[in-house]
Design a protein around this ligand. Structure first.
Ligand code: HEM
Length: 453
């Protein structure tokens, strides 16, 4: 047998020495390992962005805001860097990692796009890092910011191209609805990255700091949340809620009507038709709740093996936060003076819905995607979700009261909400990190070491 330094190379090359019926197995094992490694890389870098440049920075700035009793004294570039790290660094990395793993598999790929995958990971991680460094330090920001957007765009293009190329050419089977929704969200992601690049080039040429002007920044934050993250969650939920939580199969007409309403809401947002935008967001959320039968009784038992039994409850909670966020958005259009109701609405969406959903569904699916592992601790899963929801409730209630000067005491509660969320995020990261460090369940000599509490 030839001596290959890379075991996967050896695996692929040595197949020539194998009888033909073994090719398929060897290919499948090699593909599985490549995709698992790449998924793990995206998940680990996503966890890093979530913890330090994202949550830690957010907590630190919230403590400063609470001390100063105003958000206006802070450098907006830092807050924008926090938002970028969370949306692109954490959620974006998770989306691309999961995409590489699951879509390539489902489309019946024969070969895994190893090189494109690793180039995409490197460019994506460098892109998000340069955006954060350029924003927070101001170091060569006129170059770093547009460069970051270019790197993110190329990384995403490589991801999309890999998926397209791996699709079997003569597949006469019509695409499943949930897959159409994933594809629609992928185009949303691409569109946001292109807009992001155009805006950052414009900022680099005409701006005087790495921070976007206030109104444009708020529009971009909503565009990233509603143009990338929310539709992607809806798309994967349309597949996974029936599978894992035992809910009825989605009603597709309402489901896709919700997507159309998101497009309307985003157009209206950029035309500054705030009320129309707010109403469209609310109706799209209600339509998805109805389409996915989120608050109806399950028709099948939920799949709870290795996760906490409250998993379906937390999934439903996330949708309560989505609707609360949309209602607060409408109230903000009417009554906000100092950013408190806007902030509460954004936090209900970003932490209540998005982080809540990723904590719940992520701890259900990621261990399996990262090498058929088993979640280390179902109890930690429960505590991370409970603390996240409690911290989010405190923040949403008291941010509106404090920022809008309704109740002075509310400023004292905000740092506690931030610490609670920090604890939640740390538990989530710890649970996933130990899960990834432990060998897969089928390779362990002592099955009793699996902690499923
Ligand atoms: C987990 C704890 C978190 C804390 C303590 C936190 C804190 C903050 C603070 C203090 C702000 C400034 C505006 C305001 O006062 O409302 C902010 C803005 C923002 N946050 Fe967070 N955040 C957290 C999690 C998240 C998550 C999970 C996401 C997204 C998935 C997110 C996305 C954003 C965005 C997009 C902005 C707007 C930034 C801008 O002005 O461009 N945050 N956050």
């Amino acid at each position: 047998m030839a001596d290959y330094s890379n075991p996967f190379q050896a695996e692929c090359m040595d197949k020539e020495a194998q009888p033909p019926e073994q090719y398929a197995n060897i290919d499948r094992i090699a593909i599985e390992r490549h995709s698992q490694r790449l998924t793990i890389a995206f998940i680990v870098s996503g966890l890093f962005f979530m913890l330090l440049p994202g949550t830690f920075l957010g907590v630190w700035k919230l403590v400063d805001i609470s001390r100063e009793h105003t958000v206006n004294s802070l450098n907006p570039a830092w807050l924008q860097a926090h938002g970028q790290a969370q949306i692109f660094g954490w959620i974006g990395s998770f989306i691309i990692g999961i995409g590489f793993y699951s879509l390539t598999k489902m489309q019946g790929t024969k070969k895994f796009p190893v090189q494109a995958g690793w180039v995409a990971w490197t460019l994506w991680t460098l892109g998000v890092t340069s955006r954060w460094v350029g924003g927070t330090t101001g170091w060569h920001w006129r170059v770093l910011l547009p460069l970051s957007a270019v790197m993110e765009l190329i990384a995403f293009w490589l991801f999309g191209r890999s998926l397209r190329q791996r699709r079997p050419r003569h597949n006469s089977k019509p695409k499943e609805h949930w897959l159409k929704a994933v594809i629609a969200s992928t185009f949303g992601f691409l569109a946001v990255l292109v807009i992001n690049l155009m805006i950052l080039i414009h900022l680099a040429r005409t701006g005087d700091s790495p921070a976007l002007p206030h109104v444009l920044d708020q529009q971009m934050a909503l565009l990233s949340l509603w143009g990338i993250v929310v539709p992607t969650i809806f798309a994967f939920n349309s597949r996974w809620l029936s599978l894992f939580a035992g809910l009825r199969q989605p009603s597709w007409a309402s489901f896709f009507a919700a997507y159309a309403l998101i497009v309307v809401a985003l157009w209206a947002l950029f035309l500054q038709w705030q009320s129309i935008s707010a109403v469209a967001f609310l109706f799209s959320a209600l339509l998805v709740v109805e389409a996915l039968h989120v608050w109806e009784p399950a028709v099948q038992p939920a799949k709870l093996l290795h996760v906490h039994r409250c998993f379906p409850l937390f999934l439903r909670m996330a949708y309560i936060w989505l609707v609360i966020s949309c209602i607060l958005h409408m109230l903000a259009v009417l009554y906000d003076h100092s950013g408190g109701i806007w902030g509460a609405s954004r936090h209900a969406l970003s932490v209540g819905f998005i982080a809540g959903m990723v904590f719940a569904i992520g701890q259900r699916v990621l261990p399996a995607f990262c090498g058929m592992r088993v979640l280390w601790s179902a109890r930690l899963m429960f505590w991370s979700l409970l603390l996240l929801n409690l911290g989010c409730a405190l923040r949403v209630i008291f941010e509106a009261l404090a920022y809008e000067s309704y109740w002075e005491f509310a400023w004292r509660v905000l740092p506690f909400s931030a610490l609670m969320e920090l604890a939640a995020v740390a538990l989530f990261a710890l649970n996933l990190a130990v899960t990834l460090l432990l060998p897969p369940a089928h390779l362990r000599s002592q099955p009793s070491s699996v902690v499923v509490l």
